[in-house]
Each structure stands twice: as structure tokens, then as C-alpha cells.
Design a protein around this ligand. Sequence first.
Ligand code: TXA
Ligand code: MG
Length: 345
Amino acid sequence: KTTKLQVSPETPENEKISTAVEFIKKGELVAFPTETVYGLGANAFDPQAIRKIYLAKGRPSDNPLIVHVSSLDMAQELVIESVSSYEIANRLWPGPVTLIFRKNKRIPDVVTGGMETVGIRFPAHPIALALISRSGVPIAAPSANLSGKPSPTEEKHVLEDMDGRIACIVLGGKTLFGLESTIIDMTRNRPTLLRPGPVSPERLKDLLPELVVPEFVMAKQGYKGPALSPGMKYRHYSPDVELILVEGTPEESSKKIEELVKQSERKTVVLCTEETKELYPKNFDRIVLGSRENLYIVAANLFGALRELPAQGFQLLISEAFPESGIGLAIMNRLRKAAWKILRV
Ligand code: TXA
Ligand code: MG
């Protein structure tokens, strides 16, 4: 039976964190909130515990895990590079950024799927920080969803996927960003963006003027280049139903979407925004993800919509596209990965 702990996200209660810490120390799994998405954590030094993560998620064992730390010193214990010599570590940690470094021997091979490198993240969420620092060990954690489902951003999502499968779930409300961390590989000749996230390339330009943003980050269909990150091989965020992404200006795409909805014989819903919802006939099912003025809200609501709309009986989701600047790049990356079909108008 899964122990559920309702914990304050601002001021985590000591006793409740202690309960979660005991599970980590015993080699059990604990799901917990971070400012990006919920993570499924285990002691990163305990190979047996790490194996349980792959089992609980149904995750391929060659897809490496991110190791979460609660200080720069803890990060330094795990990697060969001098962490504090990297401006980006000093400036963006704690925060929604994962940095890939060369691992030392302390990280078991099961954590990295046999890779020589390890992704390290120093999250800013008070519950995550309390759990890690009081456990006294780094915590390896992928997103707390079943493999192939959207990452959990709300309490009900993590319960849906993990209740009964793991020892403990820490419930701490809706996560702030709702999209997984920005991943940057620091081990290449030039730092390379592997996954767009809450911290955009524009914001990274000052800290990492040399940053490479590879073509695959756009997640355009048909990318045939090398997989720089094992996660790229796997299909992500696919809702149980068909998602069609229509790219183009809101005016152009709304016409195409209207046509598609009218042709559709299935229960269909349009994913749109405050600014565009009126472009569709009143009798259409529409979900407003947020406003185009603040794409952070769209990002925070996206995974919830992809997860919940199918459960509400919708068989076809049709989404508008977003500008690829700021967090919009991460939104488009996730939408394209989830899409069964992408249309450009
Ligand atoms: O925001 C996040 O990053 C969340 C929270 C829980 O921290 N975690 C997360 O983990 O999204 P996960 O396992 O769902 O995604 C980690 C991604 C995978 O695509 C994996 O392939 C990649 O990071 N990755 C991990 N270690 C890597 C490495 N050494 N080299 C390249 N890619 C790596
Ligand atoms: Mg994941």
C-alpha cells in the first residue's frame, strides 16, 4: 500500500518529510513534486532501488535518469568537472535546468544506462530540497509518469500512475512550470541543448554564448540524425488518442482546424487560447490552455490537457501551434512529440 503524504509546498512539514526520508533510506521509491513536474525518486547510490524505478515506470533500462542534488557540493561529489567553475551552475541552480557532466565512479551504471555522463539537477522546490538534503544522498528521479504518458503536473496525475506501485507519494499541489527541465550537455565541444524547457535558449545566450541548438530540438517529424540523448528514441507524451497539431498563424490554422472538426466523425476538442477561442464556432468543444501573452500558463496546463481530455471521452485532440520563442520552444517540442500528425497551413 502506498503511503500518501499531503505536504505544504512552501513550508514542508518536518515529520512528513521524515516519513518520506525513511523510505528513501530503506531503498524504496518516493514520488515528489519539483518546480517542473513530479519526479519518481530513489537513492542514487542504491542500484536495487534504481531498478525499482525502471520497473514501476515500465521504462527501457537504457534511458538514463537525472540525479537530483540539494547543493553544489553534492553535485561535485558525483562528477569529474569542477562544477562551480561553470557560470551556468552558479547562476541557474537551484532551478529548472539539468546539466550533463562526466560521471565519476560513485554513480552506479544502472542510473545512467551505462553512459559515461550523468544529468544533474539542483531543483528549487522546497519539498524536493528538503527530501534530498535530509536523505543525505542524491536522488535519481525520472518524471513520475508511466512510460509514454505525459509527465504528472498535478496530484491526481501522480496518483493515477503510481498509487499502489510505489512506497510513498508526496503530494504538494500543481507544479509551477508543468514542463520538464531544460537539459544542456556540458561534455561536448560546445554546450548543446538536448531538451528545451522552462529556461529558453534566448535566456541562455548570455551565460552560454557558444550554445548549440540542434535541429532535433525542434522535434520536427522526420529527423534522421543521431540520437544525442537516449530519450530521443522513445515516443513521448502520447495521449491515448490522436493529436493533430496544426502549424501556422492563428488566423490560418483556425480555418484548417474548423474544417478538420467538421469532417471528424469522432468526439473532437480544440486546444486553443484566450485570444483565439472566438475564431471557432460556439458549438465546438474548446479547451483554453492560457493566453498567448503568457506562454508560461499554456506550458503549465499542457500536460494536464493531454492527459485528461482523453479520459473525458475525447477521441481526437486538435491543437493550435505557438511561437518558438521563450518557453514556446519547449511547448512546441512537446506538442510535436505528442502529435500523430502535423499539418502546416
Ligand atoms: O524536470 C525534469 O527534468 C524532471 C524532474 C523530475 O526533475 N525529470 C525528468 O526526467 O524529466 P526524465 O527521466 O523523464 O527525462 C530525462 C531525460 C531523458 O530523455 C534522458 O534520456 C535524458 O534526460 N538524459 C538523462 N541523462 C542523460 C545523459 N547522461 N545524457 C543524455 N541524456 C540524458
Ligand atoms: Mg519523462
